[in-house]
Design a protein around this ligand. Structure first.
Ligand code: LLP
Length: 435
């Protein structure tokens, strides 16, 4: 694992800082982000588009990890931003993110969400369904404003890791279906609107993808559709957004491509297709989330109790679990981890890392090779930067952990640890209800 660096005390160093010092200073569980790593990941995409001389927008999918400081780093790196809810949009505005570079997603955008997007003049709305078109048209009419949009279609390609599935008719809650004629109808409907300005197409084929083929196929299908619908007579898309999904390494099972390779493959295919159909070469937009923050984050836990069942298994419990990382329980996701205060000690022990929620499925890692572990040791789980904090919950009334950024030898909180007062803040007493 390339991320493992230690100091003379055999402590894990992350982003140049001793993780044991971080655990002492901020408590556990603790999310720690190496900001230079976030920047490097962002630059892999941005620089490759530049190198190929192609106009592009790299929109950070903020669902992976949204906080004010994070969005400010994305802004500093010149990224655009993908938000999927009023809460994510609110956070973007709070971070003073350039509104023209915010794109709003969602399969059930509310009146309030659309209104907030229009009032704040965000860059683009990704249209998902007919209901939304009506709502948006009405709101734009009322405020006498215009809005740039992309139309989200489901191209019938479902990609995950090394496999992709070609489906004639994708069964998905997102976007317009291409076979029933609905996508075409939506297209024509959008082209007629005065207020809604159709800029191009959007598709998202999946997440944690390790091959370029799925993306290449999606591009092929989108161009073919435009040709089949003869919309290229009336409309030359200025933008083609192929979504996110670029895979990262969690364990040795994962063999991701260099991020640059996705960009190269996309640019080449879009060029080839635009040529073949004699269309203008569109601006390419992508929406990476995991690939920007996933490997830039780790989680630190303190080890507590142990349960050793002879000839069965050893359970090692830590002070967090599914409330700060739901991915193992929800997706059977795999992670690597080390004991951060004895990183290179011989791994003579095997244990499974259990969370502390009242739920048998609250396990973080099964059958992990470890040195002898005792209460008070610090466990560091790698690559928890995406969909960890952002999917955290209050189950069992856990308070959400703090988030620390480290950069250039400095460590500081960017999200404070919640308190139990925070967790119960909106509770009203029975007496309040009664009266
Ligand atoms: N764009 C769209 C339209 C998406 O739906 C998503 C992810 C992304 C971009 C960013 O995908 P990424 O580059 O992060 O793979 N909670 C799951 C992942 C859900 C992804 C949903 N959509 C997990 O923890 O693996």
């Amino acid at each position: 694992n390339e991320q493992i660096k230690t100091n003379e005390k055999d402590h894990l160093i992350f982003g140049g800082i001793d993780t044991i010092d971080l655990a002492k200073k901020y408590g556990t569980p603790l999310y720690v982000y190496d900001v230079n790593r976030i920047r490097a990941n962002a630059r892999s995409f941005v620089n490759q588009f530049e190198k190929l001389g192609v106009k592009a927008q790299v929109a950070y999918a903020s669902k992976a990890f949204s906080s004010v400081a994070m969005l400010q780093v994305a802004k500093q790196e010149g990224l655009s931003l993908d938000v999927v809810s009023q809460g994510e949009l609110y956070t973007a505005l709070k971070a003073d993110f350039p509104v023209g570079k915010i794109h709003l997603h969602g399969n059930n955008k509310s009146h309030a969400e659309l209104k907030m997007a229009i009032e704040n003049k965000i860059g683009c709305i990704v249209i998902d369904n007919f209901h939304e078109i009506e709502l948006l048209d009405q709101l734009l009419n009322e405020s006498n404003q215009k809005m740039d949009v992309l139309i989200r279609v489901t191209p019938g390609i479902e990609a995950h890791t090394h496999d992709y599935i070609l489906t004639g008719n994708e069964d998905s809650k997102f976007g317009f279906d291409i076979n029933s004629g609905q996508a075409e109808e939506a297209f024509k409907r959008l082209l007629k609107s005065d207020q809604i300005q159709l800029k191009g197409l959007h598709c998202h084929i999946g997440s944690q993808i390790f091959e370029t083929e799925g993306f290449v196929l999606a591009v092929k299908r989108l161009f073919k559709l435009m040709n089949d619908w003869k919309i290229n007579d009336q409309f030359d898309p200025a933008v083609l957004n192929v979504g996110g999904g670029f895979g990262i390494r969690y364990t040795d099972e994962d063999q991701p491509l260099p991020l640059e390779d996705y960009v190269t493959a996309l640019v080449e295919e879009i060029k080839a297709q635009a040529n073949a159909y004699q269309m203008e070469f569109p601006e390419i937009w992508i929406e990476p989330g995991r690939a920007i923050v996933g490997n830039a984050g780790i989680t630190l836990y303190e080890v507590g109790s142990k349960k050793e069942i002879p000839n069965v298994r050893n359970y090692i419990s830590v002070d967090g679990g599914m409330t700060d990382n739901i991915r193992p329980a929800l997706y059977d996701a795999k992670y690597e981890a080390v004991i951060a205060n004895k990183v290179t000690a011989p791994k003579t022990y095997e244990g499974s890392i259990a969370g502390k929620c009242c739920e048998s499925g609250d396990m973080l890692i099964w059958d992990l090779r470890l040195p002898e572990v005792v209460a008070g040791d610090i466990l560091a789980v790698f690559s928890t930067g995406a969909y960890g904090y952002s999917m955290a919950s209050h189950y069992n009334r856990f308070a959400k952990p703090a988030v620390v950024f480290v950069e250039d030898g400095k460590d500081k909180l960017v999200v404070e640890r919640e308190t139990y007062q925070d967790v119960s803040r909106y509770d009203l007493s029975y007496e309040q209800w009664r009266n």
